[in-house]
Design a protein around this ligand. Structure first.
Ligand code: GSH
Length: 256
């Protein structure tokens, strides 16, 4: 079976948005504000593009939504980074999105917010049953697969041919590929919910890169899905930037 590589294809855009200081976080959003959103004012706070799978998910969601945004990249090796994250709130983690005076953290909350402010982006399927399914598998990724996440941390620069996946992580691989196969069969692909990329594709994108990094063998349908996702222009833009990151920190070779 072919191995998916993370090698960048030629893409039209490899521009990395300049790091920008995030506006100071304020309290919770005023109700109803999102409906009148100013689409030019968004700032997405992320951290390492090589290691941070949550940053990748949040960033992909923002790009899939079409909402223009500026990246605020917190370098993970900088001791002030944690302090800066904690300044946002004692519990806020990255990614976080500030838009039109609204601060949203937690990747699924960001996904739902983007779906509300960019309703024509199709981040959730139109059909109610498919929408419920999309939310269910996105939630399963958000809260589960801990064995896979700790044994196969995202590391876009690395490649480990013939990596031995231990049994608990292998069970996660099995469950994820079952989810993908069910989606691809039910909705006809090429993305999990048919012809359009949804929240679910962003949620599982770092799994596709993990399978490539750790040489995880999967069935042809799942392999094709991984290759499709890794080949997305946004993914290639992210991977190119990840490989240019000057950092290489040992302790980040764990779930991050
Ligand atoms: N479930 C959270 C996970 C976010 C997360 O774990 N973020 C990490 C970086 S990838 C973080 O902010 N770590 C900093 C800290 O824990 O202080 C989400 O969906 O956003």
């Amino acid at each position: 079976m072919a191995t998916t590589t993370l090698a960048p294809r030629k893409t039209s855009s490899t521009k990395t948005a300049a790091a920008k200081k995030a506006p100071k976080a304020t309290a919770a959003p005023a109700a109803g504000k999102a409906a009148k959103a100013d689409v030019t004012s968004a700032v997405l706070t992320i951290t390492s593009k090589n290691y941070s799978s949550w940053s990748l998910r949040g960033w992909l969601l923002a790009r899939f939504s079409g909402l223009p945004f500026t990246e605020h990249v917190l370098p993970p090796d900088d001791p002030s980074t944690r302090a800066e994250i904690l300044l946002l709130s004692s519990s806020i983690r990255v990614p976080s999105l500030e838009h039109d005076g609204v601060l949203v953290w937690d990747t699924l909350a960001i996904a739902e917010y983007l779906n509300e402010v960019m309703p024509n982006a199709g981040l959730l399927p139109k059909d109610a049953r498919a929408r419920a399914h999309c939310r269910a598998i996105s939630g399963e990724m958000h809260s589960g697969f801990t064995a896979l996440r700790s044994a196969l941390p995202m590391n876009l620069r690395a490649h480990f041919p013939k990596f031995k996946v231990w049994s608990r992580a292998q069970a996660d691989v099995q469950r994820i590929t079952t989810i993908w196969r069910e989606c691809l069969e039910t909705y006809g692909g090429p993305y999990l919910f048919g012809e359009h990329r949804t929240i679910a594709d962003a949620m599982y994108a770092p799994v596709c890169t993990r399978f490539a990094t750790y040489d995880v063998k999967v069935d042809p349908a799942c392999q094709a899905y991984c290759e499709l996702m890794i080949g997305q222009p946004e993914m290639q833009e992210w991977i190119t930037a990840a490989k240019q990151e000057p950092i290489d920190i040992d302790e980040l070779d764990v779930e991050f």
